[in-house]
Design a binder for this molecule. Structure first.
Ligand SMILES: [Mn+2]
Length: 320
């Protein structure tokens, strides 16, 4: 389904992660006013997801976004963190199932800050979950697309076939998505977490978050990549000899290629650092690590179809 509005443009906004003050400052800078909820007379905002977790103003950030979406002045696509919240909630409804118990335990760690903030607000938490379940995994506008981590045409088509991409409305889809190697799980993983590759020969990388991983996040737009260095897309670097290492044919088959001629695409998710720049003239990532004293970033798009570095707007967020 194509989204159309009578507006002069859109402001696509990156991962907020509980930085409500930074969000207010950014909206103000973009010309939005809070009367009574944040809105712009000629534009709409589109959030790429991940409003919750990590920061210390999670409820406040979520409330601002919810009010904007409910009033029709913004859209929100689900991030992996919102998906986790919905899956966690579903797992708490069926505590006798051992698989769901495991899911619940794992997700509770990811959702730690969020669960803390909603601890004494059970009614608000339950209604937030129901509200999140109505939201889409991705959105397609006339001249651009928005998804949290990766636009995979095949997975997007599958998602769009279920309540126009608002897949979590379906109990069956939600429960299946919580089981590995089901189609709903693959759809959610691909759109909300992106593409990755398993490292060979038991090699692992120690992330800056202290977690050891045997997988790396990869670019999904590189044409004819040859080495790991060509496709690595994450803050944690690989040793130089691994960057030079040649990809196997099997690796190459697993990678995706979002073409240069495709519609402009906006994503979040990847913890970028430094001054915001487009990845290519049809791909921009808006996650610049707002919660880690980075930037909360927006991209202002009008009717143009090619992206430019001049259209980023950001605020620096205060350290936690
Ligand atoms: Mn994120």
């Amino acid at each position: 389904m194509l989204v159309t509005d009578q507006v002069s443009g859109y402001d696509i906004i990156g991962d907020v992660h509980g930085c409500a003050d930074a969000l207010r400052a950014l909206l103000e800078k973009l010309g939005y006013r809070e009367t009574p909820h944040w809105h712009h007379p000629e534009r709409k905002a589109v959030f790429v997801g991940d409003i919750i977790d990590r920061g210390n103003q999670i409820r406040a950030a979520m409330e601002q976004v919810q009010r904007m979406v409910d009033a029709g002045s913004a859209y929100l696509v689900l991030g992996n963190h919102e998906y986790n919240a919905v899956a966690y909630h579903a797992s708490t409804q069926a505590t006798t199932d051992s698989h769901l118990h495991h899911v619940q335990h794992r997700l509770a760690r990811h959702l730690h800050h969020t669960l803390q903030e909603y601890r004494f607000h059970a009614g608000e938490w339950n209604s937030l979950i129901q509200w999140l379940r109505q939201l889409p995994l991705c959105l397609e506008f006339e001249h651009f697309r928005v998804v949290h981590a990766c636009w995979d045409a095949r997975r997007v088509a599958q998602a769009m076939a279920i309540h126009d991409g608002c897949c979590l409305r379906s109990d069956e889809f939600l429960l299946d998505s919580m089981q590995y190697r089901t189609e709903p799980n693959r759809i959610v993983e691909r759109l909300l977490k992106g593409t990755d590759l398993q490292l060979p020969e038991g090699l692992t990388v120690l992330g800056s978050d202290g977690i050891e991983r045997n997988r790396i996040r990869t670019k999904f737009w590189k044409k004819k990549p040859e080495t790991y260095g060509d496709i690595l897309f994450q803050p944690d670097k690989l040793p130089e000899e691994w960057m030079q290492r040649t990809l196997t044919e099997q690796d190459k088959e697993r990678l995706l290629h979002y073409g240069r001629e495709e519609k402009a695409l906006f994503i979040g998710h990847y913890w970028r650092k430094g001054t915001p720049k487009v990845i290519r003239d049809n791909i921009a990532c808006l996650d610049y690590s707002a919660v880690k004293s980075g930037r909360l970033v927006a991209y202002r798009i009008g009717a143009e179809t090619r992206l430019s570095n001049d259209n980023f707007v950001w605020v620096k967020s205060a350290p936690l």
